[in-house]
Structures are given as structure tokens and as C-alpha cells.
Design a protein around this ligand. Structure first.
Ligand code: ZN
Ligand code: ZN
Length: 131
């Protein structure tokens, strides 16, 4: 039985960070783009703060951000994208992103959906909607 909801966003991020650490911290295993945005937003989300982060995961985020450059976050948030549920277009800073499938969902649709165990809004795929 496929139960993707059995693995939380925290467990997925922690295992990516652990693999990076065990491999000798290579640059090609750092997060970029939407994956980095998802980790960054998760780390500042109520559910992420509730779950907490290991020192390796904090370092994984910090090094990934440094490699992307000072303005990576502004550049990403400056774009526009459509809500995957209702189709309305928003600035990315006003959308939430799924930690697993990276769908972008507006705050209204996120609030209308289910909630993950840590309190974050949940995506249909079992990921968490953060941002
Ligand atoms: Zn929507
Ligand atoms: Zn998802």
C-alpha cells in the first residue's frame, strides 16, 4: 500500500540533508530553485518550527542559500504563478508551495484543505503547504 503521508516533510528534508552529509557535502546535492524555496519556507512555517531541524539540516539550508546567491529569495518571490487549485494568478510571495510536489496553492485554497500533523496546511500529495 502506497502511503506517502507516512513520511513527513521534516523526514524528507532530514534524509536529503543526511545523504548530503554522508556523501561528503557535495555541491550537486544542495537544494536549488523550488526545492530550496520549499525548505526555506518550511523552516519558517509554524509546523516546521514545531518539528524543529537538526544541525545538519540547518547547515544544508544555509549552504544551499549561500550557493544560490544573496538575492535568490527575492528573485524567486518576484515571479508570478497560478494556484494549482483555483487557477488564479498571484505573486509567488502570496502563494504557498508544497514541500513534496512543489505545487503552488493560494492561501484561500490552502486554508480550505486538510491539515498536517504539525499544523501546516497539507497538500493532496501528502506534502505540506508552506510560505
Ligand atoms: Zn487557489
Ligand atoms: Zn503536493
Amino acid at each position: 500500500v502506497n502511503r506517502p503521508e507516512a513520511v513527513t516533510a521534516r523526514e524528507e528534508f532530514e534524509s536529503a540533508a543526511a545523504r548530503w552529509d554522508e556523501a561528503g557535502r557535495p555541491g550537486d546535492r544542495l537544494l536549488r530553485g523550488w526545492r530550496l524555496l520549499a525548505l526555506y519556507c518550511w523552516s519558517t512555517s509554524p509546523g516546521g518550527k514545531h518539528d524543529g531541524m537538526s544541525p545538519v539540516l540547518r547547515e544544508f539550508l544555509r549552504v544551499s542559500e549561500r550557493v544560490e546567491g544573496d538575492d535568490w529569495l527575492d528573485q524567486m518571490l518576484d515571479g508570478r504563478d497560478a494556484c494549482a487549485r483555483c487557477g488564479e494568478t498571484y505573486h509567488i510571495e502570496n502563494l504557498k508551495v508544497c514541500t513534496r510536489c512543489h505545487a503552488t496553492v493560494c492561501y484561500r485554497c490552502a486554508a480550505a484543505g486538510p491539515t498536517a500533523a504539525n499544523g501546516n496546511p497539507a497538500c493532496r500529495c501528502g506534502g505540506e503547504l508552506v510560505g
